[in-house]
Design a protein around this ligand. Structure first.
Ligand SMILES: [Zn+2]
Length: 264
């Protein structure tokens, strides 16, 4: 019976992941434009025609219509498809974690992953992180903290508070140093708030792994870009890398950190 619930939970999570990925696309488009995220149906951004429900099925519609508007045939940005598939896979992945970390942690990870994806793409497209996502991530972190006081959790509530402290000191410090010493923002203050919220959610060990993973991916990608295009001094959004680090850490951060610490 437990096995049945687990499999059912995984299948359902993948389906809802795609649906919420679709909502995530709405957030990415509308939040920076100051539009309501609940009112008003979807429209083609090119011809303005409302998109019918049967053309708005996550993942499927994009493939059926080959990424084009049914009316004006204008190509939609591939970001719609990428975000829907990404959220579907992330939710499936976090559902699979339920066996090891429990359903509560899995569901919280799903909520946080939506915010992280929205943050990564909003920062990539608009160059800033809307505060509301940080508030939601921090709320999930605070909930797990309180939950951890009363119930057995894989990551203790003390670890989550330390994760918050680590992120504030590390990212706040990096922000202050780059601003006051180098007279430019190495990382944005939005990045600091984002990682503070994620630190509370992840706990100290996973927050450290997230930082390590973000630094490695950022260095690898930026070095490749600068070698290939010879670009320099262009400002790159940092949140996509931080987001990738946070997602990796949410999956394997605690396990990786414990395995590493066991070596000593
Ligand atoms: Zn159109």
């Amino acid at each position: 019976m437990d096995e049945f619930i687990y499999i059912y939970f995984c299948v359902l999570s993948a389906a809802f992941g795609a649906v919420f990925g679709s909502f995530c696309n709405v957030l990415i488009y509308r939040v920076p434009r100051g539009e309501s995220v609940v009112k008003g149906g979807s429209h083609c951004t090119s011809c303005g025609q409302p998109i019918k429900f049967y053309d708005n099925i996550p993942v499927v519609s994009y493939i059926v219509l080959r990424g084009r508007c049914r009316h004006c045939k204008q190509k939609f940005t591939p970001r719609y498809f990428i975000v829907e598939v990404l959220c579907m896979l992330l939710w499936l992945g976090f559902a699979l974690l339920a066996k090891r970390f429990g359903y509560v942690y899995s569901i919280c990870c799903m909520g946080v992953s939506l915010c992280v994806v929205a943050v990564a793409f909003t920062d990539y497209e608009n160059g800033y992180i809307p505060d509301r996502y940080n508030v939601v991530i921090a709320a999930f972190g605070a909930f797990l903290c309180v939950y951890g006081i009363f119930a057995e959790t894989y990551v203790s509530w003390q670890s989550r508070l330390l994760g918050l402290a680590f992120s504030v000191l590390f990212y706040g410090g990096a922000y202050a140093v780059s601003k006051w010493i180098f007279k430019r923002e190495g990382i944005g203050f939005g990045d600091v708030k984002f990682m503070a919220a994620c630190g509370l959610f992840l706990g100290i060990k996973a927050a450290f792994v997230a930082t390590l993973a973000a630094t490695i991916t950022a260095s690898a990608v930026l070095v490749t870009l600068s070698v290939r295009r010879g670009e320099k001094k262009k400002e790159y959004p940092f949140a996509p890398f931080l987001g990738a680090g946070v997602i990796i850490a949410a999956f394997v951060g605690e396990i990786a950190a414990n395995a590493y610490l066991a070596l000593f």
